[in-house]
Design a binder for this molecule. Structure first.
Ligand code: ZN
Length: 200
């Protein structure tokens, strides 16, 4: 599956939003990938998971993703690989494993994310897995917006993404959309239903 086909899936699912957005990093952007709208189509999710599974250099024993965004995605990738799927969640701001999820010593984990921007959540999951005695063998995401081919090179981990689409973003102070005021204030699409101005 080519990156262009992945982006076509986003467009046909109306999951690629255009307007004035605040990303999880706090920066503002004119584009937002609302991955939940794509993963709402199980057949699309399955096709993407199949592609990720085919590209993995090292076979993991378990798949894990940070809640909430990566819960469905982790489940789909794990299904494709015939493995279990865990998710991590924040407790008082601290990335944690709850709900009886436990790692075996040395267990090999693939960490997945739906849309990777700064990679902050994934880094927290990597640290959590290592702290709990697991072994991270790779990171995979559907979209890579980091602007780097492998944002986890420093961690010594292989990284796979189905589409590299660098985020065009600005600080609040330098944001041209804030200055023009044409799109109204920046919205966080993840937290506000129907926030997108237009969709492409
Ligand atoms: Zn702005």
């Amino acid at each position: 599956m080519e990156a262009a086909e992945v982006l076509d899936l986003f467009r046909s699912s109306r999951a690629l939003l255009e307007g004035h957005f605040q990303l999880s990093s706090g920066r503002h952007s004119n584009q937002y990938f609302q991955c939940a709208l794509l993963l709402a189509h199980p057949r699309h999710a399955q096709a993407l998971a199949k592609e990720i599974a085919a590209r993995l250099a090292t076979r993991p024993e378990l798949v894990i993703g940070p809640a909430l965004g990566a819960v469905v995605w982790s489940q789909e990738v794990a299904r494709e690989l015939g493995l279990r799927s865990f998710f991590s969640e924040r407790v008082d701001g601290q990335m944690s494993l709850r709900r009886g999820f436990e790692l075996r010593p040395g267990e090999k984990l693939l960490v997945v994310e739906d849309v990777l921007t700064t990679g902050g959540s994934v880094r927290e999951v990597i640290a959590l897995v290592r702290q709990l005695g697991g072994q991270v063998v790779g990171v995979a995401s559907i979209v890579n917006r980091s602007g780097r081919k492998n944002p986890f090179e420093a961690e010594g981990l292989p990284f796979t993404a189905l589409a590299d689409v660098e985020a065009v973003s600005w600080t609040r102070e330098e944001c041209p959309l804030c200055k023009s005021g044409a799109h109204g204030p920046a919205v966080k699409p993840g937290s506000r239903p129907g926030a997108a101005k237009t969709q492409v």
